[in-house]
Design a protein. Structure first.
Length: 86
């Protein structure tokens, strides 16, 4: 799996999203920012994104996917050292 495929799937569900991703092969970390997350609990946000990759997570094609899912307003209040995924 590559970053392009991750971006494609997430933007398919959240077309307004801005995405940053780090990692390669079978382990990625993503920051997804979308106004659609407004009023949605953090767990529901993560579950909706993880669901996009369920087959790959089950088969091991994707081993790990760490998700930070924020609204634009939440992003503004995050400490600057958390804005970058490393």
């Amino acid at each position: 799996m590559d970053k392009e495929e991750i971006f494609k799937r997430i933007t398919g569900l959240y077309p307004d999203s801005e995405i940053e991703a780090t990692g390669s092969d079978c382990s990625f970390e993503v920051l997804v920012v979308s106004a659609t997350f407004e009023g949605m609990r953090a767990l529901k946000r993560q579950q909706s994104i993880l669901g996009l990759f369920s087959p790959e997570l089950k088969t091991g094609k994707l081993h790990a996917l760490a998700i930070k899912a924020k609204t634009p307003e939440e992003l503004k209040t995050m400490p600057s050292n958390l804005l970058q995924i490393s």
